[in-house]
Design a protein around this ligand. Structure first.
Ligand code: NAD
Length: 440
């Protein structure tokens, strides 16, 4: 039965730090503040609204997740972060234009009090951002990391928070493969001191957070905590990490539809996905190097769900293409088209067309909340290293070496819930179901 004593209680305040305070971060913060005041519901947040079945279907035990596991309450969250633009969270939310002005106004006073700390930023890694006005005067990467650690210390003291978590909500950095400096902690720390050119700002943030005992989740597709040096550091400091790239929009749809087609053994010849979007994220992704990070994270999804090596006749010859086009009039209202060529009995062709008129940041905000709360839970349960049970939230889930990632949304949800049951000493649910039919 339940043994919640192995998880330390969520006493005091939890600071949520977001490197990057643009559309996603401000939509998340505004939403939490609005929910706190009772203006709005945290729709889309599994931690706030989903129930979890415990025991048999006949047991009638189905609590809310937040009543089952000891999560920080929304009332106890404090927000902070870094951005190379000095706009406070109110101005940034207004500029992002995701939320209606009356929603932002409703929590305007609180938002105005949230001012980003100056960023560790390099236009080498994020192009297409103009007029940035608050960047730390870095010496070496190590100096920058130390400055971030001082920020964390100051935030902790000024806001009187007991615990902290960080969720990267910064722009997508240019694509890079891991290099020698990423392979172990010693090389990485040497690289910080020597200003190694392969170390990105997001890696400097991750290093500083982990050194300060702050769990770090990566919401963008760039290489950040998914390098051996960070995995080593997370174990050394006893801190959880997770990533990468929030699973929203078209990829969310893909990981709902593809498992369904595969479950019924329907074949796929081609999957063409194209997006138009007009927010700042779209502008950054207009740069081919940043798009490359996104493309890699989006393309991998089908491969791992469909297993073309196991089902070559059905999925061995898929033409999979993903495009992102920056189109300013769309703002944050992305339009994602999917054209899917499938085939059934005797190879007869059929087509599926999906036109998802989505709002990216509206889908991403509850993910930031859930990750902040679950990463804090993991820390209080003394978990360190990669939190694969949080794959549910990521396009490109981080996993142990030698494994393939689990991308099927429904398996990911089962994994998440079973991990929560396991944490609380409840029986896992296998869906075997024979117990309802066994006689005697
Ligand atoms: N919205 C979604 O559905 C979604 C889904 C998956 C991933 N993401 C990723 O989340 C991130 C945030 O998305 P967004 O729509 O809020 O973008 P945005 O452009 O509105 O916000 C990103 C912010 O990061 C800041 N930034 C850039 N480099 C930084 C640095 N080194 N340090 C601190 N701040 C930095 C930018 O100034 C900007 O304010 C992007 O990387 C995006 O690709 C978003």
């Amino acid at each position: 039965m339940s043994d919640s004593s192995s998880v330390r209680p969520a006493t005091g305040k939890l600071g949520v730090l977001t490197p990057g305070m643009g559309a996603v971060a401000t939509t998340f913060i505004s939403g939490v503040l609005a929910a706190r005041k009772g203006f709005a519901q945290p729709v889309g947040s599994v931690s706030q609204t989903a129930h979890i079945r415990l025991g048999k279907r006949t047991d009638d035990r189905n609590p809310l997740i937040r009543d089952f596991v000891p999560l920080a309450s929304l009332d106890d969250l404090e927000f902070g972060g870094w951005d190379p633009y000095s706009d406070d969270a109110y101005a940034a939310a207004m500029k992002a234009g995701v939320l209606e002005p009356h929603h932002v106004e409703g929590v305007g006073e609180e938002l105005r009090a949230i001012r980003p700390m100056s960023a560790v930023f390099s236009s080498k890694w994020v192009k297409n951002l103009e007029g940035v006005d608050q960047i730390k005067e870095n010496g070496t990467h190590m100096d920058a990391a130390e400055a971030l650690m001082e920020d964390i210390d100051r935030f902790r003291a000024e806001r009187e928070v007991d615990r902290l978590v960080a969720v990267w909500c910064g722009s997508t950095e240019a694509y890079e493969d891991p290099s020698e400096v990423h392979l172990d902690l010693e090389s990485f720390e040497r690289g910080l001191k020597d200003n190694n050119a392969a170390i990105t700002p997001s890696q400097v943030y991750a290093y500083s957070c982990l050194k300060m005992g702050v769990p770090f989740a990566n919401g963008a597709p760039n290489l950040t905590v998914d390098i051996p040096a960070m995995v080593e550091l997370s174990h050394q400091e006893g801190v959880p990490i997770s990533g990468k790239d929030f699973k929203t929009g078209q990829t969310l749809m893909k990981t709902m539809i593809a498992p369904g087609l595969k479950a019924r053994m329907l074949g796929i010849n081609g999957w063409f996905s194209t997006n138009i979007l007009g927010n700042r994220d779209g502008e950054v992704l207009d740069d081919p190097d940043s798009f490359r990070s996104k493309e890699v994270s989006k393309l991998g999804v089908l491969e791992h769900i469909l297993q073309p090596d196991v089902y070559p006749e059905l999925y061995g010859d898929i033409y999979h293409k993903v495009r992102i086009n920056y189109y300013p009039p769309k703002g944050d209202d992305k339009e994602g088209w999917d054209h899917i060529d499938i085939f059934g009995w005797l190879g007869y062709p059929m087509q599926i067309k999906v036109d998802f008129l989505c709002k990216d940041s509206i889908l991403a905000a509850p993910i930031v909340l859930d990750l902040a709360l679950f990463m804090d839970l993991a820390a209080r349960a003394d978990k360190s290293g990669v939190q694969e049970w949080l794959s549910f939230y990521f396009k490109s889930p981080q996993h142990a070496p030698g494994l393939y990632p689990e991308n099927d949304l429904f398996i990911q949800l089962t994994k998440l819930k079973n991990n929560l049951r396991h944490l609380m000493g409840e029986e896992l649910i296998t869906h075997l179901g024979t117990e309802y039919y066994d006689e005697g």
